[in-house]
Unconditional design. Structure first.
Length: 163
């Protein structure tokens, strides 16, 4: 199980506010990308996020453009997972490919608040916070393997090296 604190946002958080378009074609190092995370939505986020923290949002998280940097910057910032009612299909796939857990939960986004301590049981499909238990649609073992490896490229490298 992994612990962190919640950062709560609403519905329709789009890729432009997760990672501003003005940085899209710049070759930034991961640490610099992390410092740009959510700057147009929550200017305090990048300076205050800690490894293991969790973003909690409503419906359609990651809508907008298909830029991979919107998932990468959160992973580089140390976010362990995004918990939302639903995700843009492209964002969902980009996040998994880059090793960021995306967890769809029908009830956690309504109940969790910014600052809540959150513990995620990835295998059990549970989110625990202050004695409350929320469920999410568990990720298949193959997807968890990609997330644990740090992304699809790293997972593939490990698979190719194994006898």
């Amino acid at each position: 199980m992994s612990k962190g604190r919640a950062w709560k946002y609403g519905d329709d958080v789009n890729t432009d506010v997760i990672y501003a378009g003005k940085y899209t074609y710049q070759q930034l190092e991961p640490a610099e990308m992390a410092r740009k995370s959510l700057e147009d939505l929550d200017p305090s986020f990048a300076a205050s996020v800690k490894p293991g923290d969790v973003i909690v949002a409503g419906k359609n998280f990651g809508c907008g453009s298909s830029r991979e940097q919107a998932a990468a910057c959160l992973r580089y910032a140390g976010v362990q997972a995004v918990v939302a009612k639903s995700f843009s299909r492209i964002y969902f796939r980009n996040a998994i490919n880059l090793g960021l857990a995306v967890l769809q939960s029908p009830d956690a986004p309504d109940s969790l608040q910014s600052g809540d301590e959150v513990e995620i049981d990835f295998e059990g499909g549970r989110i625990l916070s202050a004695g409350r238990v929320f469920t999410f649609f568990p990720l298949p073992e193959s997807v968890l393997g990609i997330v644990r490896a740090g992304g699809l490229l790293e997972w593939t490298r490990k698979k190719l090296v194994q006898p």
